[in-house]
Structure formats: C-alpha cells, structure tokens
Design a protein around this ligand. Sequence first.
Ligand code: F6R
Length: 608
Amino acid sequence: MCGIIGYIGNKEALPILMQGLKKLEYRGYDSAGVAILNNNKNINIKKCKGRIKYLENKIDKNELKGSIGLGHTRWATHGKPNNINAHPHFSANNKVVVVHNGIIENYLSFKDSLVNNGYKFVSETDTEILPHLIEKNYRNDITEAVRESLKNVEGSYALGVISKMEPDKIVASRSGSPLVIGIGDNEMFLASDIPALLNYTKRVIFLDENEIATIGKDYIKVTNLEGEEIKKEIIEIEWNSEMAEKAGYKHFMLKEILQQPSVIRTDLSKYIHEEQVCLPDINIGAEIIDKLEKIHIIACGTAYYASLVGKYAIEGLAEIPVEVDYASEFRYKKQLLQKNSLGIVVSQSGETADTIAAMRSCKNKLCSVLAIVNVKGSTISREADQVMYINAGPEIGVASTKAFIGQIISLYLLAIYLGKKRNVLCKDEEKDIIKEIIQIPQKIEMIFSKDKLLKTIAHNVAIYKHFLFLGRDINFPISLEGALKLKEISYVHAEAYPAGEMKHGPIALLDKKFPVVAISPKDHVYQKMINNIKEVTAREAPVIAIATENDEQIKDIVDKVIYIPEVPDILYPLLTVIPLQLLAYYIADILGKDIDKPRNLAKSVTVE
Ligand code: F6R
C-alpha cells in the first residue's frame, strides 16, 4: 500500500527516485509523484494520477535537478486518485514536503485545529496534516518538529520528510508501515521495500516502530519518540537486483509460477538433511512439543489458504488440532489462548497490518509464535519469537504464487518435524514422505509441459463470466486459491466450495454458462468428487477436471482434463495448485488484463 523512495547524496536524485518508484509500483499504482530539493534550496514537486510512466512523461528533467528528493506511488485510502491527492504534499509555506504510507486515523481533529489556525488544505488526504503540523512545530530542528508532530498521531505511517530549512537531510519515521534505509558510499536511500534498493546497495537498516531517522549523505541517526538515540544493526541483504527483474518473461507472475520448482529445491536443501527434516532455527523444546494441545495459524489472503493446507498437513502428520483464522478476524475476537498452544503467522511480505496486529495480540499468551515469512528483516520476521523463511526470493507479481508454494512446503516440513518429535511418524514414514517431497519439483515441471493444453482450455473458457471451483479435504483450500487467482487478475467472478457443500446452495447457480473446475485427484475422496461432478454435469455445466495421470474414468464424464502426476494424498496441493495458477494467468492474459498490477489491489496490505 503506497511505496516510498528517498535519496540523498551527490548524484542526480531524479533517475534514482524514478527507478525506485518503478520497483515499488506493485505496492500501489493509482498516482505517483516526486519532490526534489535543488541547489537554490527550492523544492519542486511533480505528481499526477496514474502509473509511473505517466509521471515520467510529465517530467521535465531540467526542472527537477538536485541530489536530495522523495518519491511516492499511491494506493488511495483517503481521497480519490487524482493529481491533487497524489503525494508528495507541501506544507502551507511550501517549505516542508512529506510522503506518507498508511492512514492517520485521527487526522480530522488535527485538520480542524490547523484550519482554525489559518492553515489551508488543498487535498482530501489524511496525509496533508503532517507537513502543516511539521511546519507549525518547527523551531530550528526538523527532526524535533517531526517528533513533536507525531506525538499524538494515531493510525499507521511510514513517512519521508524534506525541508528547505535544513536542505541537507531527510527525516523518516515509521509506525505500522515498513521503511528501510539503504547505506551507500557517501549516499543514503530510503524505501518501503528492499527491491527498490537492490541496484544501489545491499547494506540496510530496518526502522522499527516509533523510530525516527535523521539521514544525511554520510550519517544516519535513529532516535525514539522520546528523543533517545537507538543503535541499529546494519543488515546485509542476500537478494540481488536480477532477482527482482522480469528476465524476459511477459509478466512477473509467469516468471514466479515457473520459479516454483526452484523455490521448493532451495527450501529442501536448507531444511532436509539425510532424509530428515532439520529446522535449526526452530527452538521449541521436546517437552513442549509433546504437550502441545493446539496450533493457531493466522494469516490473510493467499497466505490464509496456505495455512488451511497446513491445517490438514499438521493434523494428518502430527495429530495436533489446528485452528486457522483470518488475521483481520482474529485480532478483534475473544481469543481463548492457552500456554500449551503454538501460534504460527504466515505472511509473504511480513508487513500485512492485520497479521502484525494479530501476532502482537497473541504473543506471550502462547508457548511461542512462529512466523513463516519470505521477506527477511520484515516486521513480522523481527517481532515473532521464531522464524522459518520460505526462501522464495522477491515476489513482485501482486498475485501471490511462488510464496504460496513456499508457505505450504514450509508447513509440510513443520508438520513432519512435529509428527516425528511426537512419535506420530516413525523414521521410515518420515523417510518415505521426504522421498516423495523431493520429487515434487520435477513433477511440477511435468505439469509445465502441458502448457499448450492449458492455453487452449483458457481460450475456450475465457468467454465465461462466472466459475465455481470445487475440491474436498486438503484440496478444498486449493479450490479457494484457484478461485482467488482467477478473480484477482482477470476480474472474472469465481467462487470456491467444498464439493460436498455444493448441493446446499451453489448448485442453484449452475447452467451451461457456469463452468466448474473440479480438483479431483485419485485420493481417498476421489469417488465422492466423481459423484459431485456427475451432479454438476446433470445441470449441463461444463467441467474442467484436475485429475491424476492415467485416470481414464474421469475423461468420459468431464469436458476437459488436466492431468497431474501421482503423489500421496496429503501432498496433492503442491501439484493441484499449479494448473490453476496457469489457467488464471492465461485467462487474464487472453482478456488483456494488467496481470502484475490488477486494479484496486496492492501487493502489501499495510493498512487494516
Ligand atoms: C493474493 C495475495 C494476497 C496476499 C495477502 C497477504 O494473491 O497475494 O491475498 O496473500 O495480502 O499478504 P502477505 O502474505 O504478504 O501477508
């Protein structure tokens, strides 16, 4: 939700800000802007509605010269996307400029008092109170003015501030929204996320909650809201800039779907040794594991669906009851938590506002909170008691794919680890399932080879306006994920149901124009799925089945079959999700949609 970029150094800031904005565009893309402080200590702003490319076309490079500046790409919350509401925002005297990610929840009370003091507002945003407040509180120290202004602000923010009065620094602060400072050679960078910095530096400092950074080209001073100095650790990032490039693929989403075998291989090389699961970073005593009564998994969106797969895997392999909650629901419900329960939060970005809040609300009430996260240094990875990284590399496509596979493989490995420690799985059973998991990347590549068939099916069904996805047992969450992928990138309506529930309502929707995608591998509920498929075909709805290789029976009752290799029942989600991701991708491509940046969505939901 909104991307922030900042630069201070000796180079021209504009190209660095523009490149950074392009890397951050996945965070929000309804308007964008830059502010540059020039050698005459004047600040020039250019901003406009629409994508970064529109901003680029609007900019006259000669007008925006200078080596200190801020950029912003917006996902609108308060005030519709237009030229005026786009960031950066000036203070009344045009001396202070702010870019902001988040929501200032009590902005109206500040606005009323500022208006009564003669401040004129030009935008409809909550953000605009900040430059005015900073201007009002300025007494020869811009950092102090920011500190004073933030004291009574409620809500979430990550912000960058530059001023004419102190033209040799950027002030930045965060509470609830991410910010990272990149350290260069006589230059510093500010960004919402690491991919924007990878072309310039791999040495970073992550700001923590309620910290304020004063950034000059050769120093960073971090303080808290009380003004006390805080020593920060410099972290070396493992990602490189190529990892965040499209590398010749038409879309990041396609690149990321095709990277899934390598994500699994990386995870297996880290977590499997001599056919055993080893989780060196997980430190839960054997006695605690033995007595675990429950696991609570908390997540949002695709990570929530991965968590549902995790529930089946943990209950199946470790025999521990699992409850899965949407973070946005969990944080406000009565939480009946026990000390002998484990918490797991699942998040690609590690910055989802609801997941962070839910994690904080259950910390210290459970034996431990384990985070399954992709982005190192993210808020969740720093605040959880323990972390298991999914090692997926940067995920840029807004629709999550390779992070999903990384999340479910991590949950499988955790399930095996817990099952073994609790003696639910014996050594041989552990070995057998690991042998099967090791073959998964190759089996996914076999599904990729059916690309032509998937494209043809996509062409045939791209005319439909509605889809129903059905699955049972551990493949029910995969039907939810398949429907989500289709709706978010193609804007086609898709619902998902446990197949057995279909006749309790959704069957009323079905007719010739309402295709059903049936996830029906040869597992223990296969025959039940076949019965449900027959109920569908009796209503003349077209059926696309995901089925196990050599299943001849299903061919005769459905319209199209996409075959996947055989695996043990519990591992099918690792394969059944692949054709659904590709089907959604090809349908969206045929419909000419903006696949990597679907309308109204943002990659990282840093507001609740
Ligand atoms: C869907 C998608 C979202 C995210 C959700 C949680 O394709 O990407 O549903 O899964 O916003 O994000 P993270 O995993 O970053 O917490």
